[in-house]
Write a protein that binds this ligand. Structure first.
Ligand code: GAP
Length: 432
């Protein structure tokens, strides 16, 4: 394994256009990041893979995209206004701020034990809607996507004609005023979540909780994270969030040790009951079969898209040797790879360009492709390996005679010759 994995991945992410420190020309902006040409593709692919497994391949989950700006009433009902806090302490010597639960009474910056008492710091970003900055106009940026799915429970139930057990899934930005963001995109103030609220009859909560723990762990393994870098950890009673009757974390082995990748919580009827109380609208399900009315319990697999993207990058990073030459290779699952196919003329000679362009246009409707005609072919292969492109298609001088091209596979570097007319089918078979 490479020396400092974290450093290598952060460097690669910057150098190849996955993730840039935000507003870098102004010196950056406080642990905020921008996703470059490759990062935006990788992040989309992570979200797309989640949506595919959680929504497309199931008939018991539907989608939603709720507003990010939201009313204080939502957060009063959910408990976030009171409970969504971290204990904050200041170091009186160096003035740094810390989360009290992360530092064991000693300032990690200067070693001083002269710390203020901990005070509860609410993590929600507050803003004002409209021109007047007064209490009546306060709004919050959502700190989780979950609540939109609870307050839309009846809308979705009535329009989708689903009945428990069924789920609502949503992906999108969330915002938390984290006291100690860091470790690249592991913890940021603006990030993306992929959450699903699964509504079940109350007596089925425990069984569905176990089901979703297994499913979610498997999702990461299926997308290429080795299973010895993943584990499921049950929360101790004193770790549970204010709404949870049981939580398990899918943990990943980050370079600094085991840490949370996704949380799966048994939220019981907490959220629907709270929103019923605060809104005055009964959020229940009436089972016509049995004539009973109940408040469904909720099992919630809550993942971070940006955090998952980072875990996939860390797990995929590798260095090996090909033909006596060192290379860096991202062994990303083809579903996640930013580009699926690189289309390369063997040389820059004008004679090859029209056919290479023809191959590119043939492939573009089916796959995200990159065309590259710079440098030697060996260097271009290395560049594609480094960004995880699973296949490179090369047009050479024989192509002009036999209408066949070479497909090179990223991991093995094996090459096969394929007629252009069979290329789309051949790649489709390999990529799906
Ligand atoms: N609705 C439940 C909920 O939001 P959470 O454990 O606070 O649960 C779920 O968040 C996931 O969102 C986490 O496992 C993590 O992947 C991601 N996440 C949370 N805070 C984050 C942050 N500040 N930066 C990046 N990802 C974060």
């Amino acid at each position: 394994m490479p020396g400092d994995l974290m450093e290598q991945v952060v460097n690669l992410a910057k150098r190849r256009g996955f993730v840039f420190p935000s507003a870098e020309i102004y010196g950056g902006f406080r642990s905020t990041y921008d996703y470059g040409p490759l990062g935006v593709l990788l992040l989309r692919n992570v979200k797309e893979a989640w949506w595919r497994s959680m929504v497309q391949l199931r008939d018991d989950v539907v989608g939603l995209d709720a507003a990010i700006l939201s009313a204080p009433k939502v957060w009063e009902a959910s408990g976030h206004l009171v409970n969504f806090t971290d204990p904050l302490v200041d170091c009186r010597s160096c003035k740094e701020r810390w989360r009290a639960d992360q530092i064991e009474g000693v300032c990690p910056n200067c070693g001083s034990k002269d710390l203020t008492d901990a005070r509860a710091f609410n993590l929600m970003f507050k803003t004002f809607v409209g021109p007047v900055e007064e209490e009546a106009n306060v709004a919050y940026l959502r700190p989780e996507t979950a609540q939109g799915m609870f307050y839309n429970f009846l809308n979705v139930l009535q329009t989708s004609r689903k009945k428990p057990p069924f789920g609502i899934a949503q992906m999108g930005k969330s915002f938390r005023n984290e006291i100690t963001p860091g470790n690249f995109v592991f913890r940021t103030r603006e990030f993306e979540q992929m959450e699903m609220e699964f509504f079940v009859p109350p007596d089925e909560g425990a069984a569905w909780f176990e089901y979703w723990c297994r499913e979610r762990l498997r999702w990461y393994v299926d997308l290429g994270i080795p299973d010895d870098q993943l584990r499921l950890r049950m929360h101790e009673a004193d770790e549970l969030s204010h709404y949870s009757a049981g939580t398990a974390d899918v943990e990943f082995l980050y370079p600094w040790g085991w840490g949370e990748l996704e949380g799966i919580a048994n939220r019981t009827d907490y959220d629907l009951t709270q929103h019923s109380k605060h809104s005055g609208v009964k959020l229940e399900y009436f089972d016509q079969g049995t004539g009973t009315r109940y408040v469904p319990h909720v099992i919630e697999p809550a993942a971070g898209a940006t955090r998952a993207m980072m875990a996939f990058l860390l797990a995929a990073y590798d260095e090996d040797e090909v033909g006596g030459e060192a290379r860096t290779v991202l062994r990303l699952h083809p579903r996640l790879a930013p580009y699926k196919v690189a289309v390369l003329p063997l040389s820059k000679k004008d004679t090859l360009v029209p056919t290479t362009r023809e191959v590119l246009e043939l492939l573009q409707p089916h796959f995200m492709c990159e065309y590259d005609d710079t440098q030697s072919i060996g260097r271009r292969y290395r560049r594609q390996d480094e960004i995880g492109t699973p296949y490179a298609v090369t047009v050479d001088f024989d192509t002009l005679e036999d209408r066949a091209v070479t497909i090179r596979e990223r991991d093995s570097t094996d090459q096969i010759r394929v007629p252009i007319e069979k290329l789309v089918d051949e790649l489709k078979e390999r990529l799906t």
